[in-house]
Design a protein around this ligand. Sequence first.
Ligand code: G3P
Ligand code: MG
Length: 247
Amino acid sequence: MIRPRLGWSLPRVFAHRCGGALAPENTLAGLRIAARLGVRAVEFDVMLSADGTPWLIHDESLERTTDGVGAVCKTSDADLRVLDAGARRHPAFAGEPLPSFESAAQLCRQLGLMANVEIKPAAGHEAATGAVVAGCARELWAGTELPLLSSFSETALLAAREAAPEMPLGSLFERPPADWLARVNRVGALSLHCDATLLDDEVLRAARANGIPVLCYTVNQTQAATRLFRRGVMAVFSDRIDCLGET
Ligand code: G3P
Ligand code: MG
C-alpha cells in the first residue's frame, strides 16, 4: 500500500481554521496571528468555486463568514475575490479578503507554517475537490515539505490519492467507525483525525499498534489537551492557541 510520510514531525498543536479564535476563520490574518504566537502548524478548510478554483472557507454558503450570499460552489472567482471575510468576526478585521488556496499556501511557506489542508467539498463535488486540492498542493508546495491533506469524504481522499499519489493524507471522522482502520488503509492515509469527545481507548490502542498517529479536534482547554496527550493522542486542533500554544 502507498502511504506517503510527512516530511515534518507532527507538532502538538494546530491552529484551527488558520488562527483559531483570534482572527476571522480561514483567513490570512489568522495565519499571521498563528505565526506571531509561535504556533508551528495550522489547519484550514478548502472548497471549490463555480470556476473550480480552491478557496479557504468552511461552510458551503457564504453568509456566516463573509458579506456574500449564496453557495460557494455556484459563485465565480471574480465574485469571491471581492468579498470581505473579516468584518463578520469583528469590524477591526473589515477588508480581510477571502483567501485563495494559492495565497494561503504562499503565506504558510513564507511564515514557515506547516499545514493540514482539510478538503471540504460541497455536496456533489467530492471527487473534483479532492483532485484539484491535491494537484494544486503538489504545485504550491513544490520543493518543500508537503502539507497533510485530510477530509471527511473518502471519495475526496481517493481522488486526491489518484491526482497526487505522493501527498500525505489523513482520514477524518467525527466518531471513528468500527471499520476505521480498513478505511484508513483503503485511502493509504497516514493519520486518523477525529472529534476529541468521541475517541475511545480501543481506537487509540489499535492506532498505536498500527503506527497511525491520532489527531483530535477541537480542543480548547489545556487540561483536556494534556489528558489527550497522556492517552496517546499525537496532536490537537485548537481555537485557543493563545492558551495552548505548544502545550
Ligand atoms: O480538521 C479538523 C476540523 O477542522 C474538522 O472540523 O468542521 O472545523 O472543519 P471542522
Ligand atoms: Mg476543518
